[in-house]
Design a protein around this ligand. Structure first.
Ligand code: ADP
Ligand code: MG
Length: 559
């Protein structure tokens, strides 16, 4: 048996680390399972290149709780370590991360929340254990098994041990302030949160499974029950596959797997797959936004090589895509960093603009390939697209080609189509194309009728930010003016036919005007009695377009 001192400059850093990492003790399990997974994948790699001759088909990781003994075991069948490797990787490498961490944060110990997800790899075991044993046997037959023990001081022991099977077993002697981790439900939840898509099967206890009845079996026959390993993870989640391997149904199933409580099908999905200039895979879903959808919950989940990192990285998508759901997996996102570091990291910005681009491309291809379907979904996606057009210039440029402008009678035009088709009938004296719209088809129905009677198209622009969008479109297209059907500008802008004759006498008109002006506030409306041909409307009250739009824009905040 040999003794030694872990190579750290600060004495008794364990209690310090514990204090720092208080909010996130639970990540110890993720870290240790990540190590077990790495060791297993390394072995598989060696097998694939012929350096390891054994069978690696059924290798798995096991997590066991020994409640009476106050221990948690994490057992893998990976490459294992020789004595030299334990000295090198556990004493030096694993602990150097801890030292670096302390250096960086020793002056910030009173600031709360600086550490979101700070992983310290192997070392994080000491957040919950007051003693850690590591028993390991290398895949190289000639190497003896060794046991490393450390009780939370910088002192460790290393001794030969009896172990036949290849791989590593970590035994955590759970500290009294961490007994919660001896609860099966707690560990089950953690495995579900962090490990449910990891690439190596993880066994956590066993469960009963019913065998299917043999054909022609008696109706009352009871199916035979067998005990099987309870594997908690799906090792090949949808995003790790090629888009060509997946059908629409697979995407829907994956959506349910991620968000079991979401009952509505997503509107569409985006399969991300890029390896330059960074590595990233993932599947994003555009959910159906229902009245009671909770945008705060069920957010995009960030993974690194199938290990859950967080669902709380601000800026991973631009604001207007906040409601996207799904998974992003990137090995370029460091696991062992704080949340604030992730945000400041350039990787997040790059990912965000990549996703924005992909969303634009997906929408564009949906529009091109199946316009009818796209039109059906428009009502559900318009608010997001309109918001995107307002907030991201690049997205605006892309969305110009597929953003739709529906009419009150259910036709859909793109902006180009509007210009092309409406120009002949709706160009005013100054050469402006006047786009008439209603914001509420019921409330403005009589104005709509008037406009339609004149042969004009009336758009239905009823989302809350539409005033801002029109402002933007007018800014981009000098000769285009939006005008609500009840705005006074309509009749100034659109050439009136000369021979319209009011059904009222001049005297009647003046009286009527007087009465109306007594009722409606003058500063908001201007009253014009029109010579109208429709039977239903002897007169209309109009409101200046700019005044009303200012009000609308105030309601929804600045542009
Ligand atoms: P990292 O995983 O980032 O390298 P860790 O502190 O988690 O840092 O682990 C340090 C090293 O210890 C690993 O790189 C690996 O070489 C070794 N190690 C840890 N756990 C295992 C294990 N279960 N099997 C084999 N080697 C391991
Ligand atoms: Mg690690």
């Amino acid at each position: 048996m040999s003794k030694g001192k872990i190579n750290v400059s600060v004495e008794n850093i364990f209690p310090l680390i514990k204090k720092f990492l208080y909010s996130d003790h639970e990540i110890f399990l993720r870290e240790l399972i990540s190590n077990a997974t790495d060791a297993t994948l390394k072995l598989k790699h060696l097998a694939s290149v012929g350096e390891f001759k054994g069978n690696t088909d059924d290798v798995k990781i096991e997590v066991k709780i020994d409640k009476e003994g106050k221990k948690i075991h994490i057992i893998d069948q990976g490459i294992g370590m020789s004595e030299e490797e334990v000295k090198k990787y556990i004493n030096d490498v694993a602990f150097s991360g801890a030292e670096e961490f302390l250096d960086k944060y020793k002056d910030e110990k009173n600031q709360t929340g600086i550490i979101g997800h700070f992983g310290l790899g192997f070392y994080s075991a000491f957040m919950v254990a007051d003693k850690v044993e590591l028993i390991t046997k290398s895949f190289r037959e000639e190497d003896e098994a060794v046991k490393w023990t450390c009780d939370g001081s910088p002192e460790f022991t290393l001794e030969p041990v009896e172990k036949k099977e290849r791989g590593t077993e970590i035994i955590l002697h759970i500290a009294d302030d961490s007994l919660e981790f001896l609860e099966k439900a707690r560990i089950g939840d953690l495995l579900h949160k962090y490990n449910k898509f990891m690439p190596v099967p993880i066994k956590f206890g066993t469960r009963e499974e019913e065998l299917p009845l043999p054909e022609g079996a008696d109706k009352d026959a009871k199916p035979e029950k067998i005990t099987v390993d309870n594997i908690i993870n799906n090792t090949t989640p949808a995003w790790t596959k090629q888009p060509s391997e997946l059908k629409e149904k697979d995407y829907q199933d994956f959506y349910r797997e991620l968000y079991p409580m979401q009952f509505e099908d997503p509107l569409f999905n985006i399969h991300l797959n890029v390896d330059y200039p960074f590595n990233l895979t993932g599947i994003l879903f555009f959910p159906k936004l229902t009245q009671n959808i909770d945008i705060q919950k069920d957010k995009i989940q960030l993974y690194q090589n199938q290990v859950y990192v967080t669902d709380n990285v601000e800026g991973i998508v631009p604001d207007f895509l906040q409601m996207l759901r799904g998974v992003i997996d990137s090995p370029d996102i460091p696991l062992n960093v704080s949340r604030s570091y992730l945000q400041a990291d350039g990787a997040v910005k790059k990912i965000s603009s990549y996703i924005t681009k992909k969303v634009g491309e997906k929408l564009s291809s949906l529009f091109k390939n199946n316009r009818e379907e796209f039109e059906k979904k428009w009502n559900d996606i318009k608010i997001v697209i309109e918001y995107g057009m307002l907030s991201e210039e690049k997205f605006f440029d892309k969305a110009k080609s597929f953003a739709l402008y529906p009419t009150v009678d259910g036709k859909y035009f793109t902006f180009d189509e509007l210009q092309e088709k409406l120009k002949p009938a709706q160009t005013d004296k100054d050469g402006n194309l006047v786009l008439l719209y209603a914001s509420d088809a019921d409330e403005q129905h009589s104005f709509i009728e008037e406009a339609q009677a004149k042969g004009y198209e009336v758009l239905l622009m009823d989302s809350p930010i539409v005033a801002h969008l029109m402002q933007k479109l007018e800014g981009e297209n000098e000769k285009v003016k939006f005008s609500r059907v009840d705005a006074d500008s309509i009749d100034k802008l659109i050439q009136k036919e000369e021979n319209q004759i009011s059904k009222l006498t001049e005297d009647e008109q003046n009286k009527l005007k007087e009465i109306i002006e007594g009722i409606v506030p003058k500063e908001k409306y201007s009253v014009q009695l029109e010579a109208l041909d429709s039977k239903s409307n002897p007169f209309i009250i109009t409101q200046p377009e700019f005044l009303r739009r200012m009000k609308d824009m105030q309601k929804t905040g600045g542009g």
